[in-house]
Design a protein around this ligand. Structure first.
Ligand SMILES: [Zn+2]
Length: 183
């Protein structure tokens, strides 16, 4: 076997690939495609994908679901020794929850300059005096893949809206023609 076939199963890229698989599950469910996994001792112990629409729960972000699952697996709310991988920079809600759970590291794919809370807009992971915990942050892992699934999702959503609008206008025109036909 050539060296090209050896895949480092402890690398950030390997675990981000796992988070991307979760994002694809969200995409398949017509959710904003964001996925997360939590890793301890080089093993994925918890997974989560964005399920806001599915669960009708605005707090059901991928990170929140993965944190809850990891706490169940470990039997403790302290996620010491854990790394959270997520395809997009965490929002303020998730960053707040992450700091409460105290994982060692947070690794994300695409940054979010507008709403990110790991350095994009604000940085709750690194500067959270009342909570007395800091997470080491790594950003930009598999950035292109993490970004492109979100971009594809929103482009398709816009196209769907355009088609729906065109169909609505066509229907209104038909109704108008019918009405005129009657008079
Ligand atoms: Zn979030």
């Amino acid at each position: 076997m050539s060296e090209d076939f050896i895949f480092d199963m402890s690398s950030d890229e390997f675990f981000m690939q796992q988070a991307l698989r979760e994002a694809h599950r969200a995409y398949a469910a017509e959710e904003v495609p964001i996925g997360a996994v939590i890793v301890k001792e080089e093993k994925v112990i918890a997974r989560g994908w964005n399920q806001v629409e599915t669960l009708k729960d605005a707090t059901a972000h991928a990170e929140m679901l993965a944190l809850t699952a990891a706490q169940e697996v470990i039997g403790d709310w302290r996620l010491e020794g854990c790394t959270l991988y997520v395809t997009k920079e965490p929002c303020p809600m998730c960053a707040g929850a992450i700091v409460h759970c105290r994982p060692d590291r947070v690794v994300f794919g695409c940054p979010d300059a507008k709403g990110g809370a790991a350095g994009g807009w604000i940085n709750l992971l690194d500067s959270n005096p009342p909570l007395n915990h800091k997470c080491e942050i790594t950003s930009g892992v598999m950035l292109d893949e993490c970004l492109s699934i979100v971009q594809t999702f929103f482009r398709e959503a816009r196209e769907r809206k355009k088609v729906e609008k065109a169909e609505r206008i066509a229907q209104q025109l038909r109704e108008l023609e019918d009405t005129e036909g009657l008079t």
